[in-house]
Design a protein. Structure first.
Length: 389
């Protein structure tokens, strides 16, 4: 019984972890991007991305019917101490601010980047102490870079190479949104990214309702005198879902040996039940009915199976949803260097746990009662005689 219980617990944990992880990352991404801009407008040409004139772009976008808000953003990817980092520029106390020179993004603004440096904008409250006091030469770093500080100085290499004084770091609770983030002044960001004064990386556009995105995209593209690429929020969600699904699909391969193990365990339990025909015969000879024997077998299976499966599911839940865990990103998702400390949303975890529990317990209970059902019509004397023979 102890061996059966241990096997069931391990099976439950191994089966639940990849399913919980895939669902949890999807739920978490949707929460993080819930307040992100509806549309992201980027200027492009034959060579790819180009900076856009912030004032002119904002003015043209605001004239499009259905647009409720526009803000230019200064951000990009530069080289940090251990690889690519996401750079965001904020106006400092002595720099011009406002829509023409880079407004402060709102909660959930996505900062999508290549080479693995990506992440939504962190909650605005996290950066509030620096929003209006970040001067040129200063930086605020995300959790992944906090350990890379050398004497309070961080070196960033882009179009220019700058050494910036680290004035603070974001807490580990922001890792999901600001893991590899470096926040600097707008002037320093322009120097690193090669942007001229008055230029922005892209525009974040808000619309009244998500259903209007498709209708507004053609009008918004026609409002600019240069070619633009417009990304919708739904495309961003799809991009994340595809990436997570691809990584999670590899992890789901763990289900194959887990299911094989479940089959072997059920077969072993079923064969064990067949060898107990004498016990069934003795119980029937003592006046037990088939229903009584079935209830006894179900009780035995429940005493072993239910606690074991619960222990396995609880272990899987703790491994996936324990705040700040980084092993998932390192082992299952293949994130190098400082893996993100995941704080996942358990939105649909209950349903996943229920499905895994049912998937394991149903065949377990079936293996327990099937031998009894096969002998339901047999006489006790025959069962005892077969066992002696």
């Amino acid at each position: 019984a102890v061996l059966y219980g241990a096997c069931l617990a391990v099976l439950a944990a191994v089966t639940a972890i990849p399913l919980l992880l895939t669902q949890a990352v999807d739920d978490t991404v949707r929460v993080l991007l819930a307040d992100s801009p509806s549309l992201i407008v980027r200027r492009v040409d034959a060579g790819g991305w180009r900076p856009l004139p912030a004032s002119e772009a904002v003015e043209r976008a605001r004239k499009v019917p259905g647009v409720t808000g526009v803000r230019p953003r200064i951000w990009g990817v530069v080289r940090g101490p251990d690889g690519p980092v996401t750079l965001i520029g904020l106006p400092g106390p002595l720099e011009p601010g406002g829509a023409a020179d880079g407004e402060v993004p709102g909660p959930g603004d996505p900062a999508m980047a290549s080479d693995g440096a990506r992440g939504p904008w962190p909650e605005i409250g996290t950066l509030r102490p620096w929003l209006r006091g970040l001067a040129p030469g200063a930086a605020v770093v995300g959790p992944a870079l906090a350990a890379a500080e050398q004497g309070g100085v961080i070196e960033l290499r882009g179009v220019e190479t700058l050494q910036l004084d680290v004035h603070g770091s974001l807490g580990s609770e922001t890792s999901m949104a600001a893991h590899d983030l470096v926040v600097v002044s707008a002037s320093d960001a322009r120097r690193l990214l090669g942007l001229a004064a008055g230029e922005a990386s892209d525009l974040a556009v808000l619309v009244f309702h998500e259903s209007e995105e498709d209708a507004i995209v053609p009008d918004l593209a026609a409002a600019f005198p240069w070619p633009v690429h417009i990304r919708q929020k739904s495309e961003t969600l799809g991009w994340y879902a595809t990436g997570v699904g691809r990584r999670g699909g590899i992890a789901m391969l763990a289900l194959t040996p887990a299911l094989l193990g479940l089959v072997l365990l059920v077969v072993a339990a079923w064969r064990d039940g067949l060898t107990r025909r004498r016990e069934v015969g003795l119980l029937k000879a003592l006046g037990w009915t088939t229903g009584d024997v079935l209830r006894l077998r179900l009780l035995r299976a429940a005493i072993v199976g239910l606690p074991a499966v619960v222990v396995g599911l609880v272990a899987a839940y703790q491994l996936v949803f324990w705040p700040g865990g980084s092993w998932i990103g390192e082992i299952l998702l293949g994130w190098p260097h400082h893996p993100v400390e995941l704080t996942l949303q358990p939105g649909s975890a209950g349903l996943v746990l229920l499905e895994v529990g049912v998937m394991i317990l149903l065949p377990w209970f079936a293996a327990a009662i099937w031998p009894v059902l096969r002998t339901a019509a047999s006489q006790p004397e025959r069962l005892l005689a077969e066992e002696r023979g």
